[in-house]
Design a protein around this ligand. Structure first.
Ligand code: ZN
Length: 255
């Protein structure tokens, strides 16, 4: 493994040195929610952290990787035993306090790597508030979207974007194989949307609970998932986000 500033692996003396060089903190954000009968609750957090660590290696010594936020917005999965959710206010407060703490150590630029689509609406609002309330530069990436083109072009199944589908499961196999039980993979028992004209791009939104959409918790079919596809998706997502971050750190105009 090449060099990277991973805060969880450091002593305070090592951190003190790292904060002299680091310009930006990467904060991984995940969830603690059901991931079908074949992946553990840790999937989103493990992918977000794994992705952040790769950025830490690629952009060493300019970035430092914070420990992951392992709870997110998962109200829609609460019918599945074991899921734990934060309220939106708590989620914001936790991330704001992590940001404020890192600001005290000299960091003024932040990037959140998000592993859970259900966090996106909250993060959209959050980065606006953090920018304007704390005066920092902050952006976030939804990992699955940054690698979405590769996922759509190279996967074998049609509904690849879904929760625990071929795309997400492949990412997990590559970034955090310990969260996947390959021998238990079965297709999602998808029911479709509970009302007419709901969907990602129809213009009508409704907060469906997951049990309304699928019986076994999966949307999509992960039977063709592979670590090879996961690597291709993550490599493309890494190129895009690291290029963004270099530009982001180089230009200080929009503080
Ligand atoms: Zn997930």
């Amino acid at each position: 493994m090449s060099n990277a500033y991973i805060l969880s692996d450091m002593t305070w003396l090592e951190a003190k040195e790292a904060f002299v060089k680091a310009e930006l903190a990467v904060i991984p954000v995940g969830s603690f929610e059901q991931h079908a009968p074949y992946m553990t609750f840790e999937v989103d957090s493990a992918r977000a952290y794994g992705f952040a660590k790769l950025l830490g290696e690629k952009l060493y010594p300019r970035v430092i990787v914070a420990p992951p936020i392992t709870f997110g917005i998962s109200h829609h999965h609460m019918k599945f035993p074991g899921t734990i959710t934060l309220e939106h206010d708590t989620f914001f407060a936790v991330i704001r306090d992590v940001v404020r703490s890192l600001m005290k150590h000299g960091i003024k630029q932040f990037f959140l790597t998000n592993g859970h689509g259900g966090n996106n609406p909250s993060l959209e609002v959050m980065i606006v508030r953090l920018r304007h309330e704390l005066g920092i530069k902050v952006a976030y990436a939804f990992i699955s979207a940054t690698g979405g083109e590769v996922t759509r072009n190279r996967s074998k199944t049609v509904s690849v974007d879904g929760h625990c589908g071929e795309g997400e499961t492949s990412q997990a196999m590559y970034l955090a194989p310990h969260v996947v039980r390959p021998e238990r993979i079965v297709p999602g028992t998808v029911k479709g949307y509970p009302y007419k004209h709901l969907g990602r791009s129809t213009g009508i939104a409704y907060p469906s609970n997951w049990e309304e959409l699928t019986e076994n918790g999966a949307l999509g079919d992960a039977t063709a998932a592979s670590a090879e596809l996961g690597k291709q998706v993550i490599d493309a997502a890494q190129i895009k986000t690291s290029e963004f971050l270099v530009d982001f750190m180089d230009k200080n105009a929009c503080k």
